[in-house]
Write a protein that binds this ligand. Sequence first.
Ligand code: PMP
Length: 384
Amino acid sequence: LFGEVPQATPVAVFKLSNDFKEDPNPKKVNLGVGAYRTDEGQPWVLPVVKKVEKIIVEDNSLNHEYLPILGLPEFRSSASKIALGEDSPAIQENRVGAVQCLGGTGALKMGAEFLRRWYNGNDNTKTPVYVSAPTWENHNAVFANAGFEDVRPYKYWDAEKRGLDLDGFLGDLESAPKHSIFVLHACAHNPTGTDPTHVEWMQVAEVMKRRKLFVFFDSAYQGFASGCLDKDAWAVRYFVTQGFEMFCAQSFSKNFGLYNERVGNLTIVARDSDNLKRVLSQMEKIVRVTWSNPPSQGARLVAITLNTPELFAEWLTAGSGTPGTHTTHTADRHSFTGLNPKQVQYMIKERSIYLMASGRINMCGLTTKNIDYVAESIHETVVN
Ligand code: PMP
């Protein structure tokens, strides 16, 4: 029965980690996947996470009953608040809702499934979905998999200038068919590490509003671009002030270091509370046939942290006081090295330094102990 099943290609970033694991070279370095690391290169659990885990274990009032289909209410509301801001007028106007999802990926998936069925009152299989060129590889597949047949790139990175291709970006917005969906990285763009400035975002918003384009923010790294939650949410909040109805997929995998707990949230900003109510009712139907209802541990952990002032304060400072080099709060987490695929192969084969074929590195894998080795290796690779 399974004789005809073709072998699928492995997911690049996970394959890289496997190859890294199997490499016996003691000097090996993994600059592929982005996860908090100590200076010894070991996984790092935020102390505030350990503290809250203990609180959860010791709280006898907690149990393992099913959560509501849309998730833990106090998680959803606190997550939306950090995206939109405590004093967001949209929240005060009761037109913000949320769906607890399985990581940022789940939030993108739920948003995509909903939009394909219900956006703009149409069957949207032909509605174009634009993702940045380049982008996190999964964007394309998540939207295609939800039934969007026309997932296209929009210009974003100018390789020559090594920066944002603003004219190309604005040009693609101008020429996109009305009601097209645009996936925008809220901050710390993956993989380029380059975000629009405030003025550039304002230009983007102006075109999107005029051309009636849908904004789907992907916020997987809030806190990582500037070190400040509010600053990193600037674009999302600005679009809300401009009156957009929009989605924002949030991941807590990175900023809480909760990769395997799958904590995500889809924040929905609707025109009014009546629209919101109907949107959430359909979201409930989609969740029901997908995972029925979400897991609680990670969501509890995040909700307790965000809703307890001392723990919240501790979380905010967690990134800067911890050992290791994940303190990328001062710079973008991703960096494009400019190494070409051949040079990347050389780095992997000759130096046991693992990075994505695009030349993207993730700062998390750099430590005080390996940084010189990595720098020397890049030098050797480039001059060779
Ligand atoms: N969006 C972007 C841009 C990402 O880089 C990632 C994770 N690498 C995600 C979404 C998904 O995050 P999660 O692991 O929470 O599903």
